[in-house]
Design a protein around this ligand. Structure first.
Ligand SMILES: [Zn+2]
Length: 112
C-alpha cells in the first residue's frame, strides 16, 4: 500500500498550482507510473505557461511583463502612440519609442 498521505499532498499541490481539471481521481489507480505521468504533465503545463508569458519580438522571445498596458504605449518624448512591438520594447527598456531612442543615441554620440 502506498502512503495515502503523500498521494493527497501531491494531489493538493497539483490542484493549487494548476486547477482541478487535470486531476482524474488519482486515489483509484495511483502508482509510480501514474506519478511519473503526472509529473510529466505538470512539467508540460509549466512549460506551456512559460511560453505563453513570452512575446516574440523580431525573432526574440521577451517576457510579457516587459510590455506595458495599451494605455502606456504613448511615448513620453514625442507623445506618439505606437502599435509597434518594437516601440513597445524600446518603451519598456528606455522609456521612449524606437525613433526617440535613435535620436537620443545620435545626440549622445555627437556630444560625447
Ligand atoms: Zn518617441
Amino acid at each position: 500500500m502506498k502512503d495515502p498521505e503523500r498521494v493527497i499532498k501531491v494531489e493538493k499541490a497539483i490542484q493549487e498550482k494548476y486547477g482541478e481539471e487535470i486531476i482524474q481521481d488519482p486515489k483509484a489507480t495511483w502508482n509510480e507510473e501514474k506519478e511519473k505521468e503526472y509529473l510529466k504533465q505538470i512539467k508540460k503545463i509549466a512549460k506551456a505557461q512559460k511560453q505563453k508569458e513570452k512575446i516574440e519580438v523580431e525573432g526574440v522571445l521577451m517576457p510579457k511583463k516587459l510590455f506595458r498596458k495599451e494605455s502606456e504605449r504613448t511615448c513620453p518624448e514625442c507623445k506618439i502612440y505606437s502599435f509597434e512591438m518594437k516601440d513597445n520594447l524600446y518603451m519598456a527598456k528606455f522609456k521612449c519609442c524606437y525613433l526617440c531612442y535613435l535620436k537620443k543615441d545620435f545626440k549622445e554620440n555627437k556630444s560625447g
